[in-house]
Design a protein around this ligand. Sequence first.
Ligand SMILES: NC(=O)c1ccc[n+]([C@@H]2O[C@H](COP(=O)([O-])OP(=O)(O)OC[C@H]3O[C@@H](n4cnc5c(N)ncnc54)[C@H](O)[C@@H]3O)[C@@H](O)[C@H]2O)c1
Ligand SMILES: O=c1ccn([C@@H]2O[C@H](COP(=O)(O)OP(=O)(O)O[C@H]3O[C@H](CO)[C@@H](O)[C@H](O)[C@H]3O)[C@@H](O)[C@H]2O)c(=O)[nH]1
Length: 441
Amino acid sequence: MKIAVIGTGYVGLVTGVSLSEIGHDVVCIDVNKEKIKKMRQGISPIYEPGLSEMMMKNSAAKRLSFTNDHRTGMQQADVIYIAVGTPEDPDGSADLSFVDEASKNIAECIDHNVIVVTKSTVPVGTNHRIKEIINSRLMGRFTVEVVSNPEFLKEGSAIYDSFHGDRIVIGAENEHAFGVIEQINQPFNIPIFKTDIKSAEMIKYASNAFLATKISFINEISNICELVGANIESVSVGMGLDQRIGSQFLKAGIGYGGSCFPKDTKALIQIAGNVEYEFELLKGVVNVNKMQQGILIRKLKECVSDISGKKIAVLGLSFKPNTDDLRESASILITEELIKQGALVMAYDPIAMENAKSILNPLVCYASSIEEAVENSEAALIITDWDEIKNVDLTVFAKMKNPLVIDGRNCFSINEMAKNKVEYRSIGRPFTPQLVEAAPI
Ligand SMILES: NC(=O)c1ccc[n+]([C@@H]2O[C@H](COP(=O)([O-])OP(=O)(O)OC[C@H]3O[C@@H](n4cnc5c(N)ncnc54)[C@H](O)[C@@H]3O)[C@@H](O)[C@H]2O)c1
Ligand SMILES: O=c1ccn([C@@H]2O[C@H](COP(=O)(O)OP(=O)(O)O[C@H]3O[C@H](CO)[C@@H](O)[C@H](O)[C@H]3O)[C@@H](O)[C@H]2O)c(=O)[nH]1
């Protein structure tokens, strides 16, 4: 099948590369000239395990190409995917201006019938709006069908998820559209769930909101664990053993970040609000997350009353491991607060430091290793559970002025930290050595 993909961000590029990998002819289109230049040189503009290799392989096989020109990109396409951003508007609702623009691009450029597939996360009703924008401009010259095909990949494992997802959701309004999109996706060998367009759009928001709810729930339980002396890691493992609950997304920490949960939860509150429904539960989820992001600073203040002029190490900056993405990462808020209180912030991240330099406060300094970051520091705050951080030799903390580690991701064993004479504060766990320690979930 000949496919065009509009937008080469985390979703568009991974979609284009994966579709070319299963044999389709794909042209990826982006308005960003710098990105297209890089991708034509075989350089991925984002860090995502396995992406560069797959991108180069399929470009070399001439199944994958990149362009800034919408008309060239769509010339041959039977199917056009929209994978542009849907960021947060000031009121929390989804900003659809990029989707609208992409729809206009389609209307201006096509000279044949096409199926338009929406990968972007869009509020219920948006696919009909896309169809309306395109058809009102085409004035009957060609027909356009729309299909909702929301994306469920996670950053850091996007390529893996594309080939091993739990389901592919297809929302369409006729058999022809279902058939074509099913045929495109068949080689992935992932269960396909067919439904109407509005339900497909809602499945995406409801899924993200549910996962965010699990995280805020376990974070609140972790706060209660601290007050009553229970251990959240044991509680999560014990809960997760019940198959009705499941062990995934029960990892307590410093709240969810990233480009999806924060914006999609707020957008769903707005979607509900637009039909005069107050989504009280989800409002609670969002508020709990906001509070949880501040927890490391509160724990630090309990141990060191005045951090002014003191070196504080910050380990991990991305919103989760295996990505260079800092969107909505707790590191932004935490480093800002440390700087505000006069601390000398020395940060380290295995991959995200280049991105961090243009996002974080310019007073943040960057170390080239964990060791350099923690040396002579008053405290180390752990924000991201990168393997490099979790597997660090614990003797490194002896280089601190005062070995104090405040861990937002429960990377280490309480007993091991005590053996290494590190004062250790983590999330929802006791401070002192334990008879049994559950391996973190
Ligand atoms: N990031 C994720 O993990 C993820 C996962 C599932 C779904 N989603 C959803 O997918 C959508 C895209 O997310 P993303 O993170 O890939 O976004 P992104 O911001 O990383 O990338 C969007 C790209 O689209 C390009 N673009 C914008 N308008 C364009 C136009 N008219 N023509 C061509 N290119 C255009 C931009 O230059 C940019 O490169 C969002 O709706 C998001 O909610 C994201
Ligand atoms: O038990 C957990 C699981 C995750 N997180 C945090 O939640 C955030 C999001 O993590 P994750 O879901 O793994 O990454 P995303 O790339 O944001 O993926 C989510 O958002 C995407 C965009 O919509 C969806 O496609 C995915 O299915 C959905 O998991 C990160 O800050 C994690 O640290 C926790 O705190 N505890």
